[in-house]
Design a protein around this ligand. Structure first.
Ligand SMILES: [Zn+2]
Length: 93
């Protein structure tokens, strides 16, 4: 089986975030640590991506339950699961 990685730098003119980047930025976003520009890109991605919107909602809930989430808490299991999920979504088109 051949795995194709997303081409993160393919669109240099419109630097839109890909799902994987959004996943990595979620904790910063929820902590208000993103720059205005990054937050804007983040939210723009959410508008067109129900998967990431749902992920963000889940993260919010997790943080509410746990009090806080350190980036280390997300790895490695959640990231692995998410990567799997996104790969499947991508494959389904
Ligand atoms: Zn997405």
């Amino acid at each position: 089986m051949r795995i194709r990685f997303p081409r993160l730098r393919a669109r240099s003119r419109q630097p839109e975030l890909v799902c994987q980047q959004v996943v990595e930025l979620v904790t910063d976003y929820l902590e208000g640590a993103l720059s205005d520009q990054d937050r804007e890109r983040f939210e723009r991605h959410l508008v067109g991506c129900p998967h990431c919107t749902e992920y963000l909602a889940q993260m919010r809930e997790t943080i509410l339950l746990a009090g806080r989430v350190a980036p280390e808490d997300l790895t490695p299991v959640m990231r692995t699961e998410l990567t799997d999920l996104y790969r499947r979504w991508r494959a389904e088109g």
